[in-house]
Design a binder for this molecule. Sequence first.
Ligand SMILES: *Cc1c(COP(=O)(O)O)cnc(C)c1O
Length: 420
Amino acid sequence: MNTYQQPDATGHFGIYGGSFASETLTHAIAELRDAYAKYKNDPEFLAEFHYELAHFVGRPSPIYHAARTSREMGGAQIYLKREDLNHTGAHKVNNTIGQAMLAKRMGKPRVIAETGAGQHGVATATICARYGLECVVYMGSQDVKRQSPNVYRMNLLGATVVPVESGSKTLKDALNEAMRDWVTNVERTFYIIGTVAGPHPYPTMVRDFQSVIGTECIEQMPAMLAAQGIPGDQPDVVVACVGGGSNAMGIFHPYIGFENTRLVGVEAAGEGLDSGKHSASILRGSPGVLHGNRTYLLQDEDGQVTETHSISAGLDYPGVGPEHAYLADIGRAEYVGITDGEALEAFHYLCRTEGIIPALESSHAVAYAMKLAKTMRPDQSILVNLSGRGDKDIGTVADLSGVDFYDRPSMRGLQVKGGK
Ligand SMILES: *Cc1c(COP(=O)(O)O)cnc(C)c1O
């Protein structure tokens, strides 16, 4: 029986979550809370949401048995939930559709978002184009320079990208600027948050929209396991990478009542958990308040948020969704770290062994599953959330490999060296 009932009426997951926001936003947050409470069980709202997921995103995404990888690891069978096959190439679009649908119903013609690497910005710009909503995306000016293809994508989709010049000119500065915009234009503006963070009801709402991932898996896994003659209906372990934690909550949440299924979240250990250069908020952080909720975060003794690092921009975030903090404390989910090097190795391995180029974020989950599989039996199973595709990351990987793919002589050499 599933006795898990979180959060409480005030948006608390145990001691985590809640709503910490300036007085000027109290009304906007309450308005959103009421709208979400009204629509989340509304048959017409849900029918439209599922129609969009089917026809615009291409859901349900398949589950794929990574047979060669499983055989080479010599242990548990590895299955991949293919969120990389969604329109726009990752899980983020599931959530932006839900929030844009709410914006329309709340009569807000204007959407704002903040983005670091640009993935959430692109998903938001996509859905605003789809629904005819004005879209403004805040992005640190450092990130604008580093992520120019995504900036151009947002432009093509009709969004306005505002470079933020304050502070470190990165994600946290973009966040502050988005908040400022929301306060100023609250009457006609909806703020789309891209992960299970922010003040209540965002962590719950984003989790609910992303839960389509786990709900599909519960339906799909029995036939997948039966096809390989694996006993049982559901996987022994579910593995997902954790940045803010939305793809992980999306696959974990429907599985919480399945006591025989272990849930493992993989944080970015960067250059090592003890190097000071990582983004492992649960493994190395402590409770504090960030982005409107109480959660685990990376901070110094004075409570100042510290610099984070990860090879993958999507995991490079100093906090984590409050529900993960709670699941970690009660022991229902386990959290582990995977380094930049291990993730990169898994990235190359999956490319060559399965013909799938994974996102660097997702490569963290794949790396852990490959390690874990070796310690398990061939009649056991691991389900990995492959949160996104790696097309966006090939520039980063090429740089790390010393390859310039706009340089033809270097490419000719690569083709010879790269042959298997
Ligand atoms: C943004 C992103 C993540 C990290 O965000 P979560 O909220 O932790 O899921 C992971 N994978 C991909 C492909 C992403 O784009």
